[in-house]
Design a protein around this ligand. Structure first.
Ligand SMILES: *Cc1c(COP(=O)(O)O)cnc(C)c1O
Length: 230
Protein backbone atom coordinates (compact mmCIF):
# COMPACT_ATOMS: atom_id res chain seq x y z
CA UNK A 1 0.00 0.00 0.00
CA UNK A 2 1.32 3.42 -1.02
CA UNK A 3 -0.01 5.62 1.77
CA UNK A 4 1.09 8.91 0.18
CA UNK A 5 -0.83 8.09 -3.00
CA UNK A 6 -3.83 6.96 -0.94
CA UNK A 7 -3.86 10.24 0.93
CA UNK A 8 -3.59 12.26 -2.30
CA UNK A 9 -6.48 10.41 -3.93
CA UNK A 10 -8.58 10.66 -0.78
CA UNK A 11 -8.09 14.42 -0.59
CA UNK A 12 -8.94 14.74 -4.28
CA UNK A 13 -12.23 12.92 -3.74
CA UNK A 14 -13.08 15.10 -0.73
CA UNK A 15 -12.35 18.19 -2.85
CA UNK A 16 -14.60 16.88 -5.65
CA UNK A 17 -17.42 16.37 -3.15
CA UNK A 18 -16.99 19.86 -1.68
CA UNK A 19 -16.86 21.37 -5.18
CA UNK A 20 -20.01 19.51 -6.25
CA UNK A 21 -21.83 20.62 -3.09
CA UNK A 22 -20.93 24.19 -3.88
CA UNK A 23 -22.00 24.00 -7.53
CA UNK A 24 -25.30 22.44 -6.45
CA UNK A 25 -25.88 25.09 -3.78
CA UNK A 26 -25.81 22.53 -1.02
CA UNK A 27 -24.42 23.04 2.47
CA UNK A 28 -20.78 22.05 2.99
CA UNK A 29 -20.69 18.65 4.64
CA UNK A 30 -24.24 17.77 3.64
CA UNK A 31 -22.95 14.92 1.48
CA UNK A 32 -21.13 12.18 3.32
CA UNK A 33 -18.49 9.91 1.86
CA UNK A 34 -18.42 6.14 2.20
CA UNK A 35 -14.98 4.83 1.30
CA UNK A 36 -15.64 1.51 -0.42
CA UNK A 37 -12.80 -0.66 0.87
CA UNK A 38 -13.83 -3.99 -0.70
CA UNK A 39 -10.80 -5.96 -1.87
CA UNK A 40 -8.46 -3.55 -0.11
CA UNK A 41 -6.67 -4.42 3.13
CA UNK A 42 -7.38 -3.33 6.69
CA UNK A 43 -4.17 -1.28 6.62
CA UNK A 44 -5.67 1.01 3.96
CA UNK A 45 -8.81 1.48 6.07
CA UNK A 46 -6.67 2.28 9.08
CA UNK A 47 -4.70 4.86 7.14
CA UNK A 48 -7.85 6.63 5.98
CA UNK A 49 -9.25 6.56 9.49
CA UNK A 50 -6.14 8.42 10.67
CA UNK A 51 -6.94 11.07 8.05
CA UNK A 52 -10.43 11.47 9.48
CA UNK A 53 -12.52 9.07 7.39
CA UNK A 54 -15.17 7.28 9.41
CA UNK A 55 -17.58 5.51 7.03
CA UNK A 56 -16.52 2.44 5.06
CA UNK A 57 -18.44 0.28 2.60
CA UNK A 58 -18.05 -3.44 1.96
CA UNK A 59 -19.73 -5.85 -0.47
CA UNK A 60 -18.49 -9.28 0.64
CA UNK A 61 -19.50 -10.41 4.12
CA UNK A 62 -16.64 -12.71 5.05
CA UNK A 63 -13.98 -10.32 3.79
CA UNK A 64 -15.63 -7.49 5.70
CA UNK A 65 -15.94 -9.39 8.97
CA UNK A 66 -12.27 -10.43 8.81
CA UNK A 67 -11.27 -6.81 8.22
CA UNK A 68 -13.43 -5.57 11.09
CA UNK A 69 -11.75 -8.08 13.41
CA UNK A 70 -8.38 -6.53 12.52
CA UNK A 71 -9.78 -3.06 13.21
CA UNK A 72 -11.83 -3.81 16.31
CA UNK A 73 -12.42 -1.03 18.87
CA UNK A 74 -11.80 1.74 16.33
CA UNK A 75 -14.47 4.41 15.76
CA UNK A 76 -15.56 3.15 12.35
CA UNK A 77 -19.01 2.92 10.82
CA UNK A 78 -19.59 0.03 8.42
CA UNK A 79 -22.02 0.03 5.51
CA UNK A 80 -23.03 -3.15 3.69
CA UNK A 81 -23.56 -2.32 0.02
CA UNK A 82 -23.42 -5.70 -1.76
CA UNK A 83 -26.03 -8.29 -2.76
CA UNK A 84 -27.47 -10.00 0.34
CA UNK A 85 -27.71 -13.78 0.49
CA UNK A 86 -30.06 -15.28 3.11
CA UNK A 87 -27.30 -17.30 4.71
CA UNK A 88 -25.29 -14.11 5.36
CA UNK A 89 -27.95 -12.03 7.11
CA UNK A 90 -26.92 -13.07 10.63
CA UNK A 91 -23.38 -11.76 10.14
CA UNK A 92 -24.61 -8.60 8.45
CA UNK A 93 -27.04 -7.91 11.30
CA UNK A 94 -24.34 -8.46 13.89
CA UNK A 95 -21.49 -6.49 12.33
CA UNK A 96 -22.82 -3.64 10.21
CA UNK A 97 -24.29 -0.25 11.12
CA UNK A 98 -26.05 0.35 7.80
CA UNK A 99 -27.35 -1.80 4.95
CA UNK A 100 -27.84 -0.06 1.59
CA UNK A 101 -28.86 -3.00 -0.56
CA UNK A 102 -32.13 -4.20 0.95
CA UNK A 103 -34.52 -5.26 -1.81
CA UNK A 104 -36.60 -8.18 -0.44
CA UNK A 105 -39.08 -8.57 2.42
CA UNK A 106 -37.69 -11.96 3.36
CA UNK A 107 -34.21 -10.49 3.87
CA UNK A 108 -35.65 -7.60 5.87
CA UNK A 109 -37.43 -10.03 8.20
CA UNK A 110 -34.26 -12.01 8.76
CA UNK A 111 -32.14 -8.91 9.48
CA UNK A 112 -34.80 -7.72 11.93
CA UNK A 113 -34.92 -11.06 13.75
CA UNK A 114 -31.14 -11.38 13.85
CA UNK A 115 -30.16 -7.84 14.88
CA UNK A 116 -28.55 -8.31 18.33
CA UNK A 117 -30.42 -6.71 21.24
CA UNK A 118 -27.44 -4.73 22.51
CA UNK A 119 -27.13 -2.82 19.22
CA UNK A 120 -29.34 0.04 18.00
CA UNK A 121 -31.75 -0.73 15.14
CA UNK A 122 -29.98 -1.47 11.86
CA UNK A 123 -30.27 1.50 9.50
CA UNK A 124 -31.44 0.41 6.09
CA UNK A 125 -31.86 1.84 2.61
CA UNK A 126 -34.02 0.20 -0.03
CA UNK A 127 -32.19 -0.45 -3.26
CA UNK A 128 -34.26 0.77 -6.18
CA UNK A 129 -33.68 -0.30 -9.76
CA UNK A 130 -34.18 2.72 -11.98
CA UNK A 131 -32.44 1.25 -15.03
CA UNK A 132 -35.06 -1.44 -15.60
CA UNK A 133 -32.47 -4.10 -16.35
CA UNK A 134 -34.06 -7.48 -15.65
CA UNK A 135 -31.07 -9.15 -13.99
CA UNK A 136 -30.09 -6.23 -11.79
CA UNK A 137 -30.59 -6.06 -8.04
CA UNK A 138 -33.09 -3.64 -6.57
CA UNK A 139 -36.86 -3.27 -6.54
CA UNK A 140 -38.82 -1.55 -9.27
CA UNK A 141 -40.04 1.90 -8.16
CA UNK A 142 -43.67 0.73 -8.20
CA UNK A 143 -42.87 -2.03 -5.69
CA UNK A 144 -41.20 0.36 -3.23
CA UNK A 145 -44.31 1.18 -1.15
CA UNK A 146 -45.03 -2.49 -0.36
CA UNK A 147 -41.44 -3.17 0.63
CA UNK A 148 -41.27 0.04 2.68
CA UNK A 149 -44.52 -0.82 4.51
CA UNK A 150 -43.07 -4.20 5.44
CA UNK A 151 -39.81 -2.66 6.69
CA UNK A 152 -41.65 -0.04 8.74
CA UNK A 153 -43.30 -2.88 10.69
CA UNK A 154 -39.91 -4.22 11.79
CA UNK A 155 -38.74 -2.63 15.06
CA UNK A 156 -35.09 -3.63 14.72
CA UNK A 157 -34.73 -1.89 11.35
CA UNK A 158 -34.77 1.86 10.79
CA UNK A 159 -35.72 2.91 7.29
CA UNK A 160 -33.53 5.82 6.17
CA UNK A 161 -34.00 6.15 2.41
CA UNK A 162 -33.07 4.74 -0.97
CA UNK A 163 -29.94 3.47 -2.66
CA UNK A 164 -29.31 3.16 -6.38
CA UNK A 165 -26.61 1.74 -8.58
CA UNK A 166 -27.52 2.94 -12.06
CA UNK A 167 -25.91 1.51 -15.16
CA UNK A 168 -22.47 3.06 -15.58
CA UNK A 169 -22.26 5.75 -18.21
CA UNK A 170 -19.97 8.71 -18.83
CA UNK A 171 -22.78 10.72 -20.39
CA UNK A 172 -23.68 13.43 -17.85
CA UNK A 173 -27.24 13.73 -19.17
CA UNK A 174 -27.87 10.01 -18.63
CA UNK A 175 -26.27 10.13 -15.19
CA UNK A 176 -28.53 13.04 -14.24
CA UNK A 177 -31.63 11.28 -15.58
CA UNK A 178 -30.94 8.10 -13.60
CA UNK A 179 -30.37 10.00 -10.35
CA UNK A 180 -33.40 12.18 -10.96
CA UNK A 181 -35.44 8.98 -11.24
CA UNK A 182 -34.23 7.94 -7.78
CA UNK A 183 -35.25 11.32 -6.37
CA UNK A 184 -38.66 10.93 -7.99
CA UNK A 185 -38.99 7.45 -6.50
CA UNK A 186 -38.30 8.83 -3.04
CA UNK A 187 -40.80 11.64 -3.56
CA UNK A 188 -43.47 9.17 -4.60
CA UNK A 189 -42.75 6.92 -1.66
CA UNK A 190 -42.72 9.80 0.83
CA UNK A 191 -46.05 11.04 -0.49
CA UNK A 192 -47.74 7.64 -0.57
CA UNK A 193 -46.66 6.61 2.93
CA UNK A 194 -46.47 10.08 4.46
CA UNK A 195 -42.75 9.77 5.24
CA UNK A 196 -39.76 12.08 5.15
CA UNK A 197 -36.97 9.66 4.35
CA UNK A 198 -33.74 11.66 4.64
CA UNK A 199 -31.18 9.62 2.73
CA UNK A 200 -30.21 9.00 -0.86
CA UNK A 201 -27.17 6.78 -1.39
CA UNK A 202 -26.04 7.32 -4.97
CA UNK A 203 -22.92 8.30 -6.85
CA UNK A 204 -19.61 6.48 -7.21
CA UNK A 205 -16.15 7.26 -8.58
CA UNK A 206 -17.38 8.11 -12.07
CA UNK A 207 -20.62 9.93 -11.34
CA UNK A 208 -20.51 11.45 -7.86
CA UNK A 209 -20.86 15.03 -9.17
CA UNK A 210 -24.09 14.19 -11.00
CA UNK A 211 -25.44 12.38 -7.94
CA UNK A 212 -24.66 15.32 -5.65
CA UNK A 213 -26.31 17.73 -8.09
CA UNK A 214 -29.50 15.63 -7.85
CA UNK A 215 -29.51 15.35 -4.05
CA UNK A 216 -27.31 12.46 -2.89
CA UNK A 217 -26.64 12.43 0.86
CA UNK A 218 -24.18 9.50 0.67
CA UNK A 219 -21.70 8.83 -2.11
CA UNK A 220 -19.91 5.47 -2.26
CA UNK A 221 -16.42 5.77 -3.71
CA UNK A 222 -13.97 2.91 -4.20
CA UNK A 223 -11.49 3.11 -7.07
CA UNK A 224 -10.87 6.84 -7.02
CA UNK A 225 -9.74 6.55 -3.39
CA UNK A 226 -8.06 3.15 -3.18
CA UNK A 227 -6.97 2.69 -6.78
CA UNK A 228 -7.99 -0.24 -9.01
CA UNK A 229 -9.24 -3.40 -7.32
CA UNK A 230 -7.03 -6.38 -8.21
C1 LIG B 1 -17.90 -1.28 -5.61
C2 LIG B 1 -19.09 -0.45 -5.34
C3 LIG B 1 -18.98 0.95 -5.26
C4 LIG B 1 -17.69 1.71 -5.53
O1 LIG B 1 -17.48 1.74 -6.90
P1 LIG B 1 -16.23 2.54 -7.52
O2 LIG B 1 -16.54 2.57 -8.98
O3 LIG B 1 -15.02 1.73 -7.18
O4 LIG B 1 -16.20 3.89 -6.91
C5 LIG B 1 -20.13 1.66 -4.96
N1 LIG B 1 -21.32 1.05 -4.73
C6 LIG B 1 -21.45 -0.28 -4.80
C7 LIG B 1 -22.78 -0.89 -4.54
C8 LIG B 1 -20.35 -1.08 -5.11
O5 LIG B 1 -20.50 -2.41 -5.19
Amino acid sequence: MDSAALETRYRQVLARIRGAEQVAGRLPGEVRLIAVSKRHPAAAVYHLMRLGQRHFGESYVQEAVDKMAELAELPLCWHFIGPIQSNKTRQIAAHFDWVHSLDREKIAARLNAQRPDHLPPLRVLLQVNVSGEAQKAGVAPERLPDLARAVLELPRLQLMGLMALPRKTRDPARQAAAFAAVVAARQGLNRELDLELPDLSMGMSGDLEAAIAQGATWVRVGEDIFGPRG
